[in-house]
Each structure stands twice: as C-alpha cells, then as structure tokens.
Design a protein around this ligand. Sequence first.
Ligand SMILES: NC(=O)c1ccc[n+]([C@@H]2O[C@H](COP(=O)([O-])OP(=O)(O)OC[C@H]3O[C@@H](n4cnc5c(N)ncnc54)[C@H](OP(=O)(O)O)[C@@H]3O)[C@@H](O)[C@H]2O)c1
Length: 263
Amino acid sequence: MKNFENKKVVISGGGSGIGKAIIHELYQKGTRDFAVIGRDLDKLKPLQNEFPEARFLLFQGDVSKPDAIHGFVNAISNAWDEVDVLINNAGVVSAGKLESISDEDIVSQININVTGLVLLTKHVLPLLKKSQEAAIINVSSGLGLIGMPFYAPYAATKGGVRLFSEAIRRELKDFPIQVLTVYPTATATPMMASAKMGSMDTPELVAQKTMEGLQTNKIDVILGGDQRLEDVKNNLNHPEEFDKKAATMYNALLERTSNHRSM
Ligand SMILES: NC(=O)c1ccc[n+]([C@@H]2O[C@H](COP(=O)([O-])OP(=O)(O)OC[C@H]3O[C@@H](n4cnc5c(N)ncnc54)[C@H](OP(=O)(O)O)[C@@H]3O)[C@@H](O)[C@H]2O)c1
C-alpha cells in the first residue's frame, strides 16, 4: 500500500494498545476515516479528542457476537461505499495451567480472537472488494508461531489467526487486497498489565513495523528481532530441541503467567 490519504479504515479494538498506536500511525500518514468497534464505548470516545481531524464511526459491540458484527457493518455501509483497510486487532488472553483456566475464558478467547476475526472479515469483505488498493491486517502473536506452556488456548487462537490469514490471502489472489499478519512479542499494553514481564516492546514500535510491512507489501511482520526469527525456524525444523528450551523456561513462565488475564 502506497497511499494512506483518503483510505477508509475499519479496526476492532482501536481504543487502546496496539490498535490505537496503528490508528496514530495511519493518522500521521493522512488517514482520516476510521470505523472502530470495541465493547467499552468509554475507551473509544477519547479517540476523537486525540485525533481531532479524524472522522470516527464509533460502535459499541463485541466482535464475537454475530449481531454486533452485522450492526457494525451495516453502520459502515450506510456511511461509506467501500472499505480500504480492515485491521483485526481485538484480542483477549487468559493464561496459566490449562486446568486452572475457566471454561468461560477458554470459550471467550476462541470466540473473540478467532470467531470474531473471521466474522468481521467475512462481512467487511464485500466492501473491501470495491477498493482499488486494500489491505487486511490480522494481529496474531509470537505465540501463534511458537506454542509456549501456559498459553495453550491463546496459542490455539493465534495459530488459528495465522492459518486463516494464509488461506484467505490465497483465496483473494485475484483482488488488490494485501493480507498482512502481525506477530507481536510481549508489548506494553493494558493486555500485559497482569503479566509479570520485564522489558517489552512499545505499541508504537509494533504499529511502525506494521506500517512498514504494509508499505513494502509484506505477508508477515514478526516482532522480537533476530532471536525470534531463529526460534521460529528451530521450532519448525527441530521441535524436540525447542521442547528442551521451553523446559528450561518452565518455572519462570508458570510464575509469570499465573495471573495473566485480560478478558
Ligand atoms: N500486548 C502484547 O504483548 C501482545 C502480544 C502479541 C499479540 N497481541 C495482540 O495484539 C492485539 C491488541 O492487543 P493489545 O496488546 O493492544 O491489548 P489491549 O490494549 O487490551 O487491546 C485489546 C483491544 O481489543 C478490544 N476487545 C477485546 N475484546 C473485544 C471484543 N470481544 N469485541 C471488540 N473489541 C474487543 C479491547 O477493547 P474493549 O475491552 O473495550 O472491548 C481493546 O481495545 C490482540 O489481538 C492481542 O492478542 C498482544
């Protein structure tokens, strides 16, 4: 994608963290039209003050609920003829030993992180297909590339996002729609407030790398530096070796994740 002015952007969960940082990047590059869905309208309302020249269509809704998706997309269709960029960013996490994660948290993680993303893509797609230069950005996670202990349901959702992206990219080959998947590592956002983590990426860095990926027509943006790329390769080629590495981190990860919940 080369031009960001006059683009119409749909984003889930744009009221905080990585989503808001991506709005900031796009705004800096001249984008003015944003349709944003989130469950808490109080998180969305400040966007108008922070980005005064933007035109926001703010929609209170839960992406895991088909009725909310239909209402959101109806509101978008009433306001716009087409959509240029869809950013599937909304996500939640509930970590810990599998037996200690509630059934409700498991169902919600899957419904929000995967079902919501697939449904929003499905219903926005007819509007994206009208654009001359479009993109779908799916926010996965490093845990969608390498499964780590105590994030089993979350990893399942983010691995699902990875393969959904790959499949839909191939399905859309005849349309000018770039499909970009972003794999952040630990990033200092509200989602990580309950995780015991030391140094983290900033949401601004994730947003900048996402924009670079968009501008250079990338398929994947993987955060975490060369070490993460090396780990991804090793995990793919020598999973038993990577099991040993994960085992060395077992106790530290258990400690770090036992209260990690952002639902
Ligand atoms: N932070 C990290 O370390 C990290 C690492 C890898 C991947 N990620 C991914 O990055 C994405 C953004 O997360 P973040 O770190 O920026 O955390 P965040 O600040 O908690 O942002 C998540 C956003 O999603 C929205 N959301 C959650 N459930 C929703 C639902 N059912 N319907 C609509 N909106 C919903 C939230 O708003 P409401 O609560 O108002 O609905 C919130 O604005 C997520 O997909 C996350 O999995 C984050």
